[in-house]
Design a protein. Structure first.
Length: 368
């Protein structure tokens, strides 16, 4: 394992006991308010049911699921729950509230601010982003035209994904991702809903702002936010804190975005989410030619999993990423299972069990 600046590492990873034991009262109120603010976008019947959920549950709910003629559901802590008319959580759907067409239509109209035309570009991509950075997935009848998908009609499902950013969840791993103020090309590997986008977002923020404890000065970061999940921009304003030196291309495809950022914003780092397509790999090579560092994520279980994916196999064989962070939910969402040296494919955490962590409590991917 590479030598680290031991003094700074210990200082940076020290956490006060009172912070570890519980969140501050202000943070608890903030998390509850985030959920309550979502309710204004919902049909009144749904709002009345969901507002009765306990505060403890409101703080950790990740998704609200509306399906036509199906039970009202929420998702939290890796499990689905049904709700009855009084907002009581149940593990089976007997005597629960079923979502009707009127509730779907009313909620959809409110989410679109009663102007479907105004958000048509987003609808084509299957989601809408609302104030607060919350993202609503849409399913229904897809309408095609000459140029591909034109819109989605006859809405049958809405998935309200609640945005909750978590600050400093990257704190313990950052010393493994930099050396002598240089950042390693980094890939975050994670199954769905295990925290990869949340971790990526916090890395962006810290690299952009700088890290005094490690004598790391902030650098320019360009974000290609293809699915509007990293910055969660709403009307051009990032709803998440992604740093002082960060420039965002929202709803932009990775290849186009990386080329634009290189030409116009002179970034030191380019960050993007969920690599996979052949053009994504081409985009990575464009950034490398420009001498820009890359931080990205990919769906996967482990190194072997991503090595076996056709397009990703190429960049793994080329050993482009110098650090590969593996996440899972074995100890809660955001557990850092391992950090791999991308050149040797060997663990750099061996003998350092303190970094096999549950990242400061559970944090949601919103993401993921």
């Amino acid at each position: 394992m590479e030598k680290l600046k031991t003094k700074n590492f210990k200082k940076y990873n020290s956490v006060k006991k009172e912070v570890v034991k519980k969140e501050s009262i202000d943070d608890e109120i903030k998390m509850e308010n985030i959920f309550n603010n979502i309710l204004c976008f919902l049909d009144s019947n749904l709002e009345n049911i969901l507002k009765n959920i306990s505060v403890e549950h409101k703080k950790v709910i990740e998704e609200i699921r509306l399906r036509l003629n199906k039970p009202l559901m929420i998702y939290m802590n890796g499990k689905d729950y049904f709700l009855d008319q009084k907002g009581k959580l149940k593990t089976n759907y007997n005597n629960t509230f079923f979502v009707n067409k009127e509730s779907i239509i009313n909620t959809y109209q409110k989410l679109c601010n009663y102007s479907i035309y105004a958000v048509e570009d987003e609808i084509r991509n299957g989601f809408i982003t609302v104030k607060g950075g919350h993202r609503i997935g849409i399913a229904g009848r897809v309408v095609y035209g000459k140029n591909g998908i034109e819109t989605i009609k006859e809405i049958s499902s809405l998935n309200i994904r609640i945005a909750r950013e978590k600050l400093d969840v990257s704190k313990k791993i950052i010393p493994y991702l930099i050396k002598d103020n240089n950042i390693y090309h980094t890939l975050i590997v994670s199954p769905p809903q295990c925290g990869k986008t949340t971790l990526l977002r916090d890395l962006i923020r810290n690299f952009s702002n700088g890290i005094d404890e490690l004598d790391f000065k902030g650098v320019k970061v360009g974000v290609v936010d293809e699915r509007s999940e990293i910055a969660s921009s709403y009307k051009g304003i990032a709803q998440n804190d992604i740093g002082l030196r960060t420039d965002i291309l929202d709803a932009c495809q990775k290849y186009d975005g990386i080329v634009i950022l290189i030409r116009s914003m002179s970034p030191n780092i380019i960050a993007t989410d969920e690599l996979g397509g052949i053009k994504d790999i081409k985009a990575i090579h464009e950034a490398l030619k420009a001498g820009v560092k890359i931080i990205s994520t990919v769906h996967g279980e482990n190194i072997n999993d991503i090595k076996n994916k056709p397009n990703l196999k190429q960049i793994m064989d080329e050993k482009i990423f110098e650090r590969i962070v593996i996440l899972d939910n074995s100890k809660g969402v955001g557990t850092v299972k391992d950090i791999i040296n991308g050149k040797t494919f060997k663990s750099i955490l061996k003998g350092r069990n303190d970094v096999y962590i549950k990242n400061y409590g559970k944090f949601d991917d919103n993401n993921s």
